[in-house]
Design a protein around this ligand. Structure first.
Ligand code: RIB
Length: 315
């Protein structure tokens, strides 16, 4: 599978503590040794996509510091084209402080750093350079608002399919809905967007996704963790795709990024939305088996093998 994919998003260095449980407000928990991993939702998705067989160009920013140089070396080593990563003076590379508990659940605080300094001009330059190149664009919202808007508008103007991972669910999403992005929120983000749009009361995942899909005129894919994904088509009709059973959940950090990277890579390669979601969900399940967002992100052969043994039923 060789879809061409332009990924725009955050690159971070992740500082991770594995602890028995997550701290509450004002509480200290003591864990094991500090681990340092490559992270950032955009960079993680780019790695997942390239490992799954896509060609990937990455658009983002790092600071002129050691974290930034390491992050770029890691992306380059994966085979990702990083010519459109801007090095920002006087601002640090993004960093995430992460605690992971014994069930693999996490808590994350991000210092956006250079990710917040990506400009509309940076994006415009990268999109112009990519003219005629990508089969699909993937953008996540851990970067400046102006960058997110430029990506979705630029993709729309060029007729490129655009997957918008609203993580986090920032308010500018409202103004982008008429540009028909394919939204991939998790359940919490879906809830936030539903309320941003004036939704009231206790909507189900199905009804909130349907409201959003009818509004965008595009599919909405809701990631549901261990419950897989819900794919809602542009008419509001939903299909649930269960997750592959995972016997060893060590760290769920980056599972959503893995889904987004593989799902969008499949769309870029011309797969239909349900096949793309099935492949994404399978890759995400494989990605939680070791610590670190990218450590167990699978290659195409591992996804193929898991799909061959899985019993994915689409009701
Ligand atoms: O989705 C996981 C990512 O969120 C981590 O890698 C961290 O950097 C934060 O951006």
């Amino acid at each position: 599978m060789t879809g061409r994919l332009l990924v725009v998003g955050a690159v971070n260095v992740d500082m991770v503590v594995m602890a028995q449980r997550l701290p509450g407000p004002g509480e200290t928990v003591v864990g094991k040794d500090l681990q340092r991993h490559g992270g950032g939702k955009g960079a993680n998705s780019a790695v997942a996509a390239v490992r799954s067989g896509a060609e990937v160009r990455y658009v983002g920013a790092v600071g002129d510091d050691e974290f930034g140089r390491t992050a770029l070396a890691e992306l380059r080593a994966e085979g990702i084209d990083i010519a459109d990563v801007t090095i920002k003076e006087d601002v640090a590379t993004g960093a995430a402080l992460i605690v992971v508990d014994s069930t693999g659940e996490n808590q994350i605080a991000v210092a956006a750093g250079a990710n917040a300094a990506i400009t509309a001009k940076d994006v415009g330059t990268a999109l112009a350079r990519a003219d005629g190149w990508p089969g699909c664009v993937l953008v996540s919202t851990e970067i400046s608002t102006e960058a997110v808007i430029s990506v979705v508008e630029g993709a729309f103007e060029r007729g490129w399919p655009c997957v918008l991972n609203p993580a986090p669910a920032i308010s500018c999403i409202r103004q982008l809905l008429d540009l028909s992005p394919i939204l991939t929120p998790n359940q919490g983000e879906l809830h936030d967007i539903y309320h941003l749009l004036g939704g009231t009361g206790g909507a189900t995942v199905e009804s909130a996704a349907a409201m959003l899909a009818v509004r965008t005129g595009a599919p909405v894919v809701v990631t549901l963790g261990a419950d897989g994904v819900l794919v809602c088509d542009a008419h509001g009709v939903s299909t649930r795709i269960p997750a592959r059973p995972t016997y060893c959940v060590t760290d769920t950090t980056g599972a959503g990024d893995t889904f987004n990277g593989v799902f969008t890579a499949c769309l870029a390669a011309g797969q239909d939305i349900l096949s793309a979601a099935r492949r994404g969900v399978t890759a995400a399940a494989l990605s939680v088996e070791t610590a670190g967002a990218r450590t167990s992100m699978p290659r195409a052969s591992a996804i193929d093998a898991a799909l061959a043994t899985a019993d994915h039923v689409s009701p």
